[in-house]
Design a protein around this ligand. Structure first.
Ligand code: SF4
Length: 351
């Protein structure tokens, strides 16, 4: 297929993503032939997102002992792993972690809990308390990732101050059964739809390098486009010992950059956040993620693996001429280095 880069860029900058056939043709390119994919995706990111980036951080608020079986996850009770196991942290502890993240430059903070769904009223009460306090005390965008959540529970959290819901589809519908045996794709989708119905900012993406094909990566992006999510976290598998995927090593740094670029061109207006597996899969090429279309990174530690030092990420933003998107409520902490701190508050309409 002949790819018309001028037309692809014009359409993407107007908000129209590429067709499935165009995306598949791009995924077949390698080496120097990828140059126009990367350059166009970077140009579209700059046109639509300017020099603003999102930075998110998480609290692993409840870890391990999960009854679900997701093949990539070391927190599943079905697998013998060394992932930490603890019950829900106190609200005080989550709020303290949020303050630490805020001081490091994090704009959006998510409380993440293992398990099928957090519907226990006592646990929900703790999360609601933490959400309200984090929003009031830091001004960061508040997010939660609590499993297959019903609308009623999400509504309660929204009333407490929650602004965003994170829930990954994990992979393409046609590959999901190879990875997850204890719940269905439609259950994942229902959680995202419930959050959208409530007007919450939806952060929904997947993990790459689990054995899926390039066509299935494109399939996931098209599913996310149909769902009209706001933000797409892109995770690259960091195989965890003891999980069924412990020996997989599918992705090169070039593959990761190609995934970012193709997702930008399928989803030109969405936030694309590079999350788990960034350091281990991209290595020295991490700095290129923004040049090929990403407009955000997760900072600090991931759920069960360590991230890199916040200073290195702030250096990377500074070098790329990027600044953290203004926060929804209050200016960032004055302790954050001014070169990456945008003034004012967000006026994009997205909380
Ligand atoms: S990904 Fe979530 S639901 Fe799946 S095993 Fe891990 S903690 Fe449980």
């Amino acid at each position: 297929m002949n790819l018309d880069w001028t037309d692809i860029r014009r359409r993407a900058e107007a908000g129209e993503g590429v067709t499935e056939a165009e995306a598949l043709a791009m995924t077949a390119l390698t080496g120097e032939a990828l140059a126009p994919v990367f350059a166009t995706a970077g140009a579209v990111r700059r046109e639509i997102k300017g020099n603003f980036v999102n930075t998110c951080g998480i609290s692993n608020a409840k870890s391990g002992r999960c009854a679900e079986a997701c093949s990539f996850c070391s927190q599943s009770a079905h697998f013998n792993t060394d992932a930490p196991k603890y019950t829900l942290k106190s609200a005080d502890s989550m709020v303290a972690e949020a303050h630490e993240a805020h001081a490091c430059g994090v704009r959006e903070f998510s409380l993440v809990a293992s398990g099928r769904a957090m519907t226990n009223p006592a646990e929900l009460a703790v999360v609601k308390d933490a959400v309200g306090r984090i929003r009031a005390e830091t001004g960061m965008q508040t997010c939660a990732s609590l499993g297959l959540m019903p609308e009623a529970a999400l509504s309660e959290l929204k009333d407490a101050g929650l602004q965003a819901v994170h829930h990954n589809l994990e992979t393409a519908r046609s590959f999901h059964g190879n990875i997850v045996s204890t719940h269905t794709y439609d259950e994942e989708v229902d959680t995202v739809r419930a959050a959208k119905k409530l007007g919450l900012y939806t952060c929904c993406g997947g993990i790459f390098g689990m054995g899926e094909s390039w066509a299935q990566r494109v399939e996931l992006a098209l599913e996310l486009r149909a769902l009209d999510v706001d933000s797409v976290p892109l995770n690259f598998l960091n195989p965890r010992p003891g999980t069924p995927l412990e020996d997989r090593k599918d992705l090169s740094a070039e593959d990761c950059l190609k995934i970012i670029a193709v997702f930008r061109l399928i989803l030109p207006t969405k936030d694309l956040i590079v999350c788990g597996g960034r350091a281990v899969n991209l290595g020295e090429r991490q700095d290129e993620i923004f040049r090929v279309g990403a407009n955000g990174v997760m900072m600090g530690n991931y759920l069960t693996t360590a991230g890199r030092a916040a200073d290195l990420d702030l250096d990377m933003l500074e070098k790329e001429g990027l600044v953290i998107r203004p926060p929804p409520h209050k200016p960032h902490s004055a302790s954050l280095r001014p070169s990456v701190r945008a003034e004012g508050t967000d006026s994009t309409g997205l909380a």
